[in-house]
Design a binder for this molecule. Sequence first.
Ligand SMILES: [Zn+2]
Length: 270
Amino acid sequence: MMDGDQLIFLGTGGGRFSMITQTRQTGGIRILGPHNIQIDPGPGSIVYSNKLGLDPRKVDSLLVSHCHPDHDNDAEVYVEAMTEGGTRRRGVLIAPEGVYQGNSVCEPRISSYHRSMLDRLVKAAPGTTVDLDSVQVKAVKARHEDPDAVGFRVKLPSGDVGYTSDTEYFDGIEEQFAGVDVLVMCVLRPRGAPVRGHLCTDDAVKILGEVKPSLCVMTGFGIRMIYANPDLEAQFIHEVSGVKTIAARDNMRLKLDERREQRSLRMFLE
Ligand SMILES: [Zn+2]
């Protein structure tokens, strides 16, 4: 069906007002490869997935980074899809403690009823590594309002993909993504507009001063970022950091070609 692995952005919005207004979709990211992985299904994810002809019943691995609705809202719906409405025990959920049990800032985000449908539940804390045959998922630290929030690294046959999820800048964030081929960063705010718990353009430049992926993809745009124009922010980051950077678009498909030419991954945008 396809060559190599693909990342499909079912959404590029982040934060309350992007989510409420759906100025940008909030469907998270689908990874198609040896596994069918859904990361952070915010509101509308199930709708956008079906609209693109991506059957949510084929998802076998659900990764939820933290308990905020723009990242976890459709998680239970995916569990129902993955398990044929709960009739077939199937699939793995990889998520931090708060998503399962709740914590100081949130209630459990996936009911025990839905948890019982899945084949495998993995509690993800920074450093947790999960082997899914030819794909490896590793949770990394994020510093966000949800104290249990994590980011992920997903090692695919055609490349290593990092995903910051929602986090603010902290010492050591770069080391966690050392060696990734593609770094997906949730950059809520534009230049000169930092905010607690999130990355802005200036933070992205700082991170790319250390991490040197073949490609950086920005996503998780808040309203202020959208007004500032994410394409212009990406261009700025590219110029200052020297790392090829693009702003994801809703429904964008990124192919990680297996045909490596020297060290550089070839990326195809559709
Ligand atoms: Zn969040």
